[in-house]
Ligand binder design. Structure first.
Ligand SMILES: NC(=O)C1=CN([C@@H]2O[C@H](COP(=O)(O)OP(=O)(O)OC[C@H]3O[C@@H](n4cnc5c(N)ncnc54)[C@H](OP(=O)(O)O)[C@@H]3O)[C@@H](O)[C@H]2O)C=CC1
Ligand SMILES: CC(=O)N[C@@H](CCC(=O)OP(=O)(O)O)C(=O)O
Length: 348
């Protein structure tokens, strides 16, 4: 098969750096342009000293002309920057966007949570998502030319609850509290990310249903269950560089047992390379997934209150962005889905 030429826009950022880390080990691609905005002209090594094989690369300015000569372009840019750039790329370029611009179907939800005009909707890049009828979202990604990579919290949260909703075991009343490492917020300077603020402390943010990932999670869970689902979502910031631990719960019908729910998850995920339903009694940890494209899952029914509690762990930069993006590339361009994607973490 022909080796593809791939460009990464936003290569000085965390998501761009993670895509490059994975592409270095991908046998089907060569890495072409690596571009940035204010950092254009810098050596890539100044931003990503860990990417040794690319140490001699220099960041180019981000523009359509530079990107257009590639087979595949990854966009790892702030929200709102993707649409204009993508519109200038030739139709035969596969575009994989890590930003939110093209994830939502509902324009009103976009306008409410992002406060700008909606750019449109692309194929949604969460292959393992169970959708109504038991099919997987993967089928929409084979040969797709434009893909919207999910947000990191929606990946951890949607894969946590979709099988229970799709199987009719969870009946709604969804509550999600998720902790993220600070790299989830990107590289740009923000006061709450100063070491003195973030180290040694956990803090909530986006409380009260205002976080912009809420409609994305609702979109996914509504598709899984085949009926509208509303979600109470609260993110928290944890003093670690990478990782998300999502604790997700929903009401279940009286009499529902843990083993019934486990059976539905085994059916949904046993054949998935990157989603692991852990052995009973073993709970996900962020340490165990760091650097891997894995989603660890464990669950229990709290029979006293009639709720199923599902906990997932991901690396926000791998499965939550860069790994998810490379998995989408593999599906879109006909490679084995797992090429270039690690399935072992780095713990301890
Ligand atoms: N971090 C994460 O865990 C996740 C991130 N994402 C998404 O991925 C995208 C990138 O995030 P992340 O890497 O964390 O962010 P960073 O802030 O770390 O990086 C942003 C990148 O975009 C470049 N950039 C900034 N402004 C512009 C602009 N106006 N036009 C073109 N390029 C620009 C920056 O270049 P320069 O350095 O030169 O300014 C940098 O390369 C975002 O949409 C984010 O929401 C999605 C899921 C998880
Ligand atoms: C810790 C932290 O700040 N996380 C980010 C989520 C980043 C993400 O998933 O990306 P998108 O912005 O592409 O949706 C946040 O809550 O805004």
């Amino acid at each position: 098969m022909q080796v593809l030429s791939v460009a990464v826009a936003g290569a000085s950022g965390y998501a761009g750096g993670e895509i490059l880390r994975l592409l270095i080990g991908h046998p089907e691609v060569t890495i072409g342009a690596v571009t940035a905005a204010s950092s254009a002209g810098d050596p890539l090594a100044r931003h990503h000293p860990h990417l040794t094989p690319l140490a001699d690369r220099v960041l180019q300015p981000t523009n359509a002309e530079t990107l257009a000569e590639h087979d595949v372009v990854f966009l790892a840019l702030p929200h709102g920057a993707s649409a204009e750039l993508a519109a200038q790329l030739p139709d035969d370029v596969t575009v994989i966007d890590c930003g939110a611009d093209f994830r939502l179907v509902d324009s009103r939800a976009w306008e409410e949570f992002y406060g700008s005009a909606h750019a449109g909707t692309w194929a949604y890049g969460m292959p393992e998502l169970v959708v109504e009828g038991g099919a997987k979202q993967r089928t929409q990604l084979f040969g797709a030319s434009h893909i919207a990579v999910p947000g990191c919290y929606p990946t951890a949260s949607s894969l946590a609850l979709a099988p229970a909703l799709a199987a009719g075991l969870a009946t709604g009343d969804v509550v999600i509290v998720a902790a993220s490492g600070t790299s989830g917020a990107g590289k740009s300077l923000k006061p709450h990310l100063l070491a003195a603020e973030a180290m040694g402390s956990m803090s909530p943010y986006g409380v009260g249903g205002v976080h912009r990932h809420t409609p994305e999670i609702e979109q996914n869970l509504s598709r899984a269950g085949g009926a509208p689902v509303t979600v109470s979502f609260t993110p928290t910031l944890a003093p670690m560089p990478r990782g998300i631990l999502a604790t997700c719960s929903a009401k279940v019908a009286p009499g529902t047992t843990t083993s019934q729910v486990r059976a539905a998850y085994a059916e949904a995920y046993d054949a998935e390379a990157f989603v692991q339903l852990l052995p009973e009694g073993v709970w996900p940890t962020t340490a165990a997934v760091i650097g891997s494209n894995n989603v660890q899952v464990q669950l229990a029914v709290d029979e006293r209150v009639g709720r199923v509690v599902v906990v997932t762990a991901i690396d926000n930069l791998t499965k939550g962005t860069g790994g998810g993006a490379v998995q989408c590339l593999n599906l879109a361009r006909g490679f084995d889905e797992g090429v270039g994607l690690p399935t072992t973490g780095l713990a301890p």
